[in-house]
Design a binder for this molecule. Structure first.
Ligand SMILES: [Zn+2]
Length: 263
C-alpha cells in the first residue's frame, strides 16, 4: 500500500495511473485531483449522474481530454451493482445501458467505468484488439462479474489466456470492514475467498476485494502473471482518489477508469 500523501500544489495536476506500456492501448485510472468541482465532488469528478454541477463536470472533461487526447468516444453505463456486461460499438456507445461491465471489439471505442471504493478492472487482448472493463463492488463480485467480463470478451473473439487485466485503486483489506455475515457469505459463495477475509471487531470482518477478483480472473482462464493491481487503497489515499467510505458513506464524486484501442 502506498503512503498517504499530503495535499500539495502538485495535487492540482490530473493524476492518471497506467498499467501497461503498449502505445496503441488507451487506458488509465484517473484520480480525483486536477479538476474544478468543489465540496464532495472535489475536484476531478467525471460523472454527470451524482449531483455535481454540470458545468464543472464539463470543465473536468475538457481538462481530462487535454491530458488524454485519445479519449474521444467513451462508452459508459448506468451502474447498478449487478453482473450484466454490454458490448459497445460506435453506434451504441452513447446509450448508457444499465449494467456494470463493457466490452468492445471496435478500436476507437473507449470503455469508461466509475468507482469510489469498488474495484475498477480493465482488460485487454492486445493480439485481437478486444477490450473489457468492469466495476466490482461486493454485490458484483459475489455474482462473479469478473468471470462474466472475461466470457463476454471471449464471445467477441478474445482468448482468455491472452487477456491481461489490471485492477485500479479501490478499498483495501485495511479499510473494507463489513458485517461478519457478509464476510461469511463471501467465504461460502466464492471458492477460496475465506483466505481473503480477516476477523474484525466483534461482528465484523475485513475483505480483500482485489484478491477475490484476482482469483475469479484466474478461474476464468487468465494467467496469474497477466493480472496486475495498480494504485493504493482509496480510503487510505482519499486525497488522491474518491472514497465513499472516507466520505462517511455520503455521495461523493466518482473517478473514471478507461480502456480501449486507438482507432
Ligand atoms: Zn485502506
Amino acid at each position: 500500500m502506498e503512503a498517504h500523501t499530503e495535499s500539495s500544489p502538485a495535487s492540482s495536476a490530473v493524476e492518471i495511473l497506467r498499467a501497461w506500456p503498449d502505445a496503441a492501448l488507451c487506458h488509465g485510472f484517473i484520480g480525483r485531483t486536477g479538476g474544478v468541482s468543489t465540496g464532495a465532488f472535489a475536484s476531478m469528478n467525471l460523472s454527470y449522474w451524482v449531483g455535481d454541477d454540470e458545468r464543472a463536470v464539463d470543465a473536468n472533461w475538457e481538462r481530462l481530454r487535454r491530458e488524454a487526447p485519445d479519449l474521444k468516444l467513451v462508452a459508459r453505463l448506468n451502474q447498478v451493482h449487478g453482473d450484466v456486461i454490454h458490448a459497445a460499438t460506435r453506434d451504441t456507445a452513447t446509450l448508457r445501458p444499465a449494467g456494470d461491465g463493457l466490452v468492445t471489439a471496435e478500436p476507437g471505442v473507449i470503455l469508461g467505468i466509475y468507482t469510489a471504493d469498488c474495484v475498477p478492472a480493465l482488460m485487454v487482448d492486445s493480439k485481437r484488439k478486444i477490450a473489457g472493463a468492469f466495476h466490482g463492488g461486493w454485490r458484483g463480485v459475489i455474482a462473479d462479474i469478473a468471470g462474466a467480463g472475461v466470457r463476454a470478451m471471449v464471445k467477441l473473439g478474445a482468448r482468455a489466456s491472452d487477456i491481461h487485466a489490471a485492477m485500479g485503486p479501490s478499498i483495501g483489506l485495511c479499510c473494507f470492514e463489513v458485517d461478519a455475515e457478509l464476510g461469511d457469505r463471501f467465504a461460502r459463495e466464492i471458492a477460496g475467498a475465506r483466505s481473503h477475509t480477516r476477523a474484525g471487531r466483534p461482528g465484523k470482518a475485513f475483505i480483500d476485494l482485489r484478491a477475490v477478483v484476482r482469483d475469479q480472473l484466474e478461474r476464468a482462464g487468465l494467467a496469474a502473471a497477466n493480472i496486475a493491481s495498480v494504485g493504493p487503497c482509496t480510503r487510505c489515499a482519499s486525497d488522491r482518489f474518491f472514497s465513499r467510505r472516507a466520505a462517511g458513506g455520503m455521495t461523493t464524486g466518482l473517478q473514471m477508469s478507461y480502456v480501449g484501442f486507438d482507432a
